[in-house]
Ligand binder design. Sequence first.
Ligand code: CA
Length: 235
Amino acid sequence: MNSQTIVIIEDEPKLAKLVKISLEGEGYTVFTAPDGRTGLKLIEEKNPALVILDILLPGDMNGFDVAKAIRSFSDVPIIILSSRISEADKLLGFECGADDYVTKPFSCPELNARVKAVLHRASLSATARSSSKFVLGELEIDFSRRRVFRGGQEINLTQTEYNVLQYLAQNAGKVLLHEEILGRVWGPEYRDEYQYLRNYISNLRRKIEPDQSNPRYILSKPGIGYYMPDSRDLR
Ligand code: CA
């Protein structure tokens, strides 16, 4: 038995109940929400290990909107439940940050198996992340000890500076939107605080860049966001 928490966002009460009972039978703690907004609150509150998300939901947010909103502050695995099966929708779901898809109608054992598989993958990648090091040019980040080095010399960062740097490094090669970084590091209510982010990026650059005026580790996409190049693109 395990005590991992799962949040289900599904507006059909019978289906939500059926899935809840079935997952509780597997030992999970399950909470349900009938719409996207309630679901988002529940996720922030319960910090679940997994979210099961219906696409067609009442209110002003459909499942895709909810998935995007979740990704602004959390990397919790998301399984989308949908009766839509077009490849375009599937792609949209993955673009919105979903980890897997289950098509309605489904059987409970089928969903339970997917849940188990997604949680297993998530735990593997969490282990890989926490035990691994990130190396880019002379910059080295030790994720397990939360320490940063350049050319072998340790660089002292504040917690928040480290969190920004780690998020950029774990997504090296991808441009992260200002809102994404703010939502992830500071919380969803800070998504518009661009000045915060600018200050932290400038502090980080002062500490890690050999030449602040010509950064090579933290690059800007003006008006969009920041990114770390991956090692192939390092200038
Ligand atoms: Ca629905």
